[in-house]
Design a protein around this ligand. Structure first.
Ligand code: SF4
Length: 79
C-alpha cells in the first residue's frame, strides 16, 4: 500500500509542526518558508505532492494530524 500526500502550500502558516513530527518526509522550503515534500518522495518534482510507502504511513499521518490548519491530506493510492 502506498499513500499520496498533498500539502495545500498556499494555506501553510509555516509553524513547523509537520517537519518536526516527520522530518523523513517534510521540510521547510528555504525560499518561502512553507512546508514541502522532500525531493526524494515528490511526485513529478512537485513540492506539494509526494508518495509515501507503508513504512512512512504513521509518520505522514501524524504530521497531517498535528497540522493546525489541516492542510495535509493523506490518501491511499490504488496501485
Ligand atoms: S504543520 Fe501545516 S501549517 Fe505547519 S508547517 Fe506543516 S503544513 Fe504548514
Amino acid at each position: 500500500m502506498k499513500f499520496k500526500v498533498t500539502i495545500d502550500r498556499e494555506e501553510c502558516i509555516s509553524c513547523g509542526q509537520c517537519w518536526e513530527t516527520c522530518s523523513e518526509f517534510f521540510e521547510e522550503n528555504s525560499d518561502d518558508g512553507f512546508s514541502q515534500v522532500i525531493s526524494e518522495y515528490r511526485i513529478k518534482d512537485n513540492p506539494a505532492e509526494g508518495e509515501a510507502s507503508e513504512d512512512l504511513e504513521d509518520c505522514v499521518q501524524e504530521a497531517a494530524d498535528v497540522c493546525p490548519v489541516e492542510i495535509i491530506d493523506v490518501e491511499e493510492m490504488s496501485d
